[in-house]
Design a protein around this ligand. Structure first.
Ligand code: BMP
Length: 215
Protein backbone atom coordinates (compact mmCIF):
# COMPACT_ATOMS: atom_id res chain seq x y z
CA UNK A 1 0.00 0.00 0.00
CA UNK A 2 1.36 3.41 -0.89
CA UNK A 3 2.04 5.93 1.87
CA UNK A 4 1.32 9.26 0.28
CA UNK A 5 -1.62 10.97 1.95
CA UNK A 6 -1.82 8.45 4.83
CA UNK A 7 -5.59 8.61 4.56
CA UNK A 8 -7.67 5.45 4.04
CA UNK A 9 -11.30 5.87 3.05
CA UNK A 10 -13.79 3.69 4.95
CA UNK A 11 -16.40 3.08 2.26
CA UNK A 12 -19.34 2.07 4.45
CA UNK A 13 -21.93 2.71 1.76
CA UNK A 14 -24.53 0.13 0.73
CA UNK A 15 -25.65 1.82 -2.49
CA UNK A 16 -23.28 0.85 -5.31
CA UNK A 17 -23.79 3.93 -7.43
CA UNK A 18 -23.27 6.27 -4.48
CA UNK A 19 -20.18 4.33 -3.40
CA UNK A 20 -18.60 4.62 -6.85
CA UNK A 21 -19.39 8.32 -6.95
CA UNK A 22 -17.63 8.89 -3.62
CA UNK A 23 -14.60 6.85 -4.76
CA UNK A 24 -14.39 8.84 -8.00
CA UNK A 25 -14.16 12.10 -6.02
CA UNK A 26 -11.85 10.83 -3.29
CA UNK A 27 -9.45 8.27 -4.81
CA UNK A 28 -6.74 10.76 -5.72
CA UNK A 29 -6.54 11.90 -2.08
CA UNK A 30 -6.38 8.52 -0.35
CA UNK A 31 -3.87 5.67 -0.23
CA UNK A 32 -6.48 2.90 -0.07
CA UNK A 33 -10.18 2.14 0.34
CA UNK A 34 -11.35 -0.02 3.24
CA UNK A 35 -14.57 -1.94 2.65
CA UNK A 36 -16.61 -3.59 5.35
CA UNK A 37 -19.82 -5.64 5.54
CA UNK A 38 -22.11 -2.69 4.65
CA UNK A 39 -20.42 -2.43 1.23
CA UNK A 40 -20.09 -6.18 0.63
CA UNK A 41 -23.64 -7.04 1.72
CA UNK A 42 -25.12 -4.09 -0.13
CA UNK A 43 -23.11 -4.19 -3.34
CA UNK A 44 -21.76 -7.76 -3.56
CA UNK A 45 -18.31 -9.27 -3.96
CA UNK A 46 -18.29 -8.44 -7.67
CA UNK A 47 -18.27 -4.77 -6.64
CA UNK A 48 -15.21 -5.46 -4.45
CA UNK A 49 -13.41 -7.01 -7.45
CA UNK A 50 -14.31 -4.02 -9.60
CA UNK A 51 -13.07 -1.58 -6.95
CA UNK A 52 -9.84 -3.54 -6.44
CA UNK A 53 -9.01 -3.22 -10.12
CA UNK A 54 -8.76 0.57 -9.62
CA UNK A 55 -7.56 1.19 -6.07
CA UNK A 56 -5.86 -0.64 -3.19
CA UNK A 57 -8.66 -2.32 -1.25
CA UNK A 58 -8.50 -3.51 2.34
CA UNK A 59 -11.20 -6.06 3.22
CA UNK A 60 -12.28 -5.21 6.75
CA UNK A 61 -13.93 -8.56 7.43
CA UNK A 62 -12.69 -8.59 11.05
CA UNK A 63 -12.07 -12.27 10.53
CA UNK A 64 -12.76 -14.02 13.86
CA UNK A 65 -13.45 -17.72 13.54
CA UNK A 66 -11.84 -21.13 13.81
CA UNK A 67 -8.73 -21.56 11.64
CA UNK A 68 -10.45 -23.37 8.74
CA UNK A 69 -13.23 -20.81 8.41
CA UNK A 70 -10.70 -17.97 8.67
CA UNK A 71 -8.73 -19.56 5.84
CA UNK A 72 -11.82 -19.71 3.62
CA UNK A 73 -12.72 -16.07 4.31
CA UNK A 74 -9.21 -14.74 3.72
CA UNK A 75 -8.94 -16.74 0.47
CA UNK A 76 -12.08 -14.99 -0.79
CA UNK A 77 -10.63 -11.60 0.15
CA UNK A 78 -7.44 -12.46 -1.74
CA UNK A 79 -9.35 -13.68 -4.81
CA UNK A 80 -11.21 -10.36 -4.94
CA UNK A 81 -7.93 -8.62 -5.67
CA UNK A 82 -7.74 -6.87 -2.29
CA UNK A 83 -4.28 -5.97 -1.06
CA UNK A 84 -5.12 -6.31 2.63
CA UNK A 85 -7.45 -7.95 5.12
CA UNK A 86 -8.34 -7.12 8.72
CA UNK A 87 -8.51 -9.94 11.26
CA UNK A 88 -9.28 -10.27 14.96
CA UNK A 89 -6.68 -11.47 17.47
CA UNK A 90 -9.07 -12.69 20.18
CA UNK A 91 -9.85 -16.13 18.67
CA UNK A 92 -6.19 -16.95 19.34
CA UNK A 93 -2.90 -17.73 17.67
CA UNK A 94 -3.97 -20.71 15.52
CA UNK A 95 -6.84 -18.70 14.02
CA UNK A 96 -4.58 -15.75 13.24
CA UNK A 97 -1.86 -17.98 11.77
CA UNK A 98 -4.51 -19.42 9.43
CA UNK A 99 -5.21 -15.87 8.22
CA UNK A 100 -1.52 -15.14 7.64
CA UNK A 101 -1.06 -18.38 5.70
CA UNK A 102 -4.14 -17.84 3.54
CA UNK A 103 -3.14 -14.23 2.85
CA UNK A 104 -0.16 -15.43 0.77
CA UNK A 105 1.59 -12.08 0.98
CA UNK A 106 -1.51 -9.89 1.17
CA UNK A 107 -1.28 -7.43 4.09
CA UNK A 108 -2.85 -8.67 7.33
CA UNK A 109 -3.88 -6.09 9.93
CA UNK A 110 -4.84 -7.24 13.41
CA UNK A 111 -7.45 -5.47 15.52
CA UNK A 112 -6.16 -4.63 19.01
CA UNK A 113 -8.33 -2.11 20.85
CA UNK A 114 -11.30 -0.69 18.97
CA UNK A 115 -12.14 3.01 18.81
CA UNK A 116 -15.63 3.05 20.33
CA UNK A 117 -16.32 3.52 24.08
CA UNK A 118 -17.39 -0.11 24.57
CA UNK A 119 -13.87 -1.30 23.73
CA UNK A 120 -12.99 -0.41 27.34
CA UNK A 121 -15.00 -3.38 28.52
CA UNK A 122 -13.08 -6.35 27.08
CA UNK A 123 -10.48 -5.11 24.59
CA UNK A 124 -8.51 -2.39 26.41
CA UNK A 125 -7.09 -4.67 29.11
CA UNK A 126 -5.68 -7.12 26.54
CA UNK A 127 -4.77 -4.76 23.68
CA UNK A 128 -0.99 -5.05 24.30
CA UNK A 129 -1.23 -8.85 24.32
CA UNK A 130 -3.13 -8.81 21.02
CA UNK A 131 -0.55 -6.42 19.54
CA UNK A 132 2.22 -8.81 20.64
CA UNK A 133 0.37 -11.65 18.91
CA UNK A 134 0.32 -9.57 15.70
CA UNK A 135 4.11 -9.33 15.97
CA UNK A 136 4.54 -13.03 16.77
CA UNK A 137 2.55 -14.25 13.74
CA UNK A 138 4.21 -11.85 11.30
CA UNK A 139 1.29 -9.53 10.60
CA UNK A 140 1.75 -6.34 8.57
CA UNK A 141 0.28 -4.15 11.26
CA UNK A 142 -2.47 -3.43 13.73
CA UNK A 143 -5.69 -1.45 14.02
CA UNK A 144 -5.53 0.96 16.97
CA UNK A 145 -7.91 3.70 18.15
CA UNK A 146 -7.57 7.28 16.89
CA UNK A 147 -9.95 8.18 19.72
CA UNK A 148 -7.18 7.28 22.22
CA UNK A 149 -3.84 8.58 20.92
CA UNK A 150 -2.13 7.60 24.18
CA UNK A 151 -3.03 3.98 23.41
CA UNK A 152 -1.45 4.31 19.96
CA UNK A 153 1.76 5.51 21.66
CA UNK A 154 1.72 2.56 24.05
CA UNK A 155 1.01 -0.01 21.33
CA UNK A 156 3.81 1.40 19.15
CA UNK A 157 6.26 0.32 21.87
CA UNK A 158 4.99 -3.25 21.57
CA UNK A 159 4.96 -3.56 17.79
CA UNK A 160 8.15 -1.77 16.73
CA UNK A 161 7.93 -0.83 13.07
CA UNK A 162 4.74 -2.69 12.17
CA UNK A 163 2.11 -0.44 10.58
CA UNK A 164 -0.62 1.22 12.62
CA UNK A 165 -3.95 1.97 10.91
CA UNK A 166 -6.15 4.14 13.11
CA UNK A 167 -9.93 4.51 12.71
CA UNK A 168 -12.01 6.97 14.72
CA UNK A 169 -11.00 10.27 13.10
CA UNK A 170 -13.76 12.84 12.54
CA UNK A 171 -17.22 11.59 13.45
CA UNK A 172 -15.95 9.47 16.38
CA UNK A 173 -13.98 12.47 17.70
CA UNK A 174 -10.36 11.62 16.86
CA UNK A 175 -8.00 14.16 15.24
CA UNK A 176 -5.99 13.17 12.15
CA UNK A 177 -2.89 15.15 13.12
CA UNK A 178 -2.89 13.99 16.77
CA UNK A 179 -3.29 10.40 15.60
CA UNK A 180 -0.29 10.61 13.28
CA UNK A 181 1.75 12.47 15.93
CA UNK A 182 0.98 9.63 18.36
CA UNK A 183 2.62 7.19 15.96
CA UNK A 184 -0.02 5.95 13.53
CA UNK A 185 1.00 5.40 9.89
CA UNK A 186 -2.49 5.89 8.45
CA UNK A 187 -5.85 7.25 9.55
CA UNK A 188 -9.06 5.53 8.47
CA UNK A 189 -11.92 7.96 7.82
CA UNK A 190 -15.46 7.16 6.77
CA UNK A 191 -18.45 9.37 7.53
CA UNK A 192 -16.52 12.63 7.85
CA UNK A 193 -15.62 12.17 4.18
CA UNK A 194 -18.50 10.34 2.52
CA UNK A 195 -21.33 12.13 4.34
CA UNK A 196 -19.91 15.57 3.56
CA UNK A 197 -21.12 17.86 0.78
CA UNK A 198 -17.73 17.64 -0.91
CA UNK A 199 -15.97 14.32 -0.10
CA UNK A 200 -12.95 15.12 -2.28
CA UNK A 201 -12.32 18.43 -0.50
CA UNK A 202 -12.59 16.85 2.95
CA UNK A 203 -10.21 14.00 2.03
CA UNK A 204 -7.74 16.50 0.60
CA UNK A 205 -7.98 18.64 3.75
CA UNK A 206 -7.29 15.68 6.04
CA UNK A 207 -4.26 14.77 3.93
CA UNK A 208 -2.98 18.36 4.17
CA UNK A 209 -3.49 18.36 7.95
CA UNK A 210 -1.39 15.18 8.19
CA UNK A 211 1.31 16.59 5.92
CA UNK A 212 1.60 19.50 8.34
CA UNK A 213 2.74 17.25 11.19
CA UNK A 214 5.03 14.84 9.34
CA UNK A 215 8.73 15.61 9.54
P1 BMP B 1 -16.18 6.40 10.58
O1 BMP B 1 -14.99 7.31 10.21
O2 BMP B 1 -17.40 6.67 9.77
O3 BMP B 1 -16.44 6.39 12.05
O4 BMP B 1 -15.78 4.91 10.15
C1 BMP B 1 -14.75 4.20 10.77
C2 BMP B 1 -14.54 2.88 10.09
O5 BMP B 1 -13.53 2.17 10.76
C3 BMP B 1 -15.75 1.96 10.06
O6 BMP B 1 -15.66 1.17 8.88
C4 BMP B 1 -15.56 1.06 11.26
O7 BMP B 1 -16.17 -0.20 11.10
C5 BMP B 1 -14.04 0.93 11.29
N1 BMP B 1 -13.45 0.71 12.62
C6 BMP B 1 -13.65 1.59 13.65
O8 BMP B 1 -14.34 2.61 13.52
N2 BMP B 1 -13.04 1.35 14.86
C7 BMP B 1 -12.26 0.26 15.08
O9 BMP B 1 -11.73 0.11 16.16
C8 BMP B 1 -12.05 -0.64 14.03
C9 BMP B 1 -12.66 -0.40 12.80
O10 BMP B 1 -12.44 -1.23 11.80
Amino acid sequence: MKQKSRVILALDITDHRKALDVVAHVEQYVDAVKINYPFVLGCGMEAVRELASNVDVICDFKVADIPNTNRLIVEQARKSGATGVICQAFPGKDSLVACINAAEGMDVFVVTEMSHPGADMFMSPVAEKMAQLAVDVGATGIIAPATRPEKIKALRKTIGNLKILAPGVGTQGGSASETIKAGADYVIVGRAIYESEDPGAVARKIGAEIKGVIQ
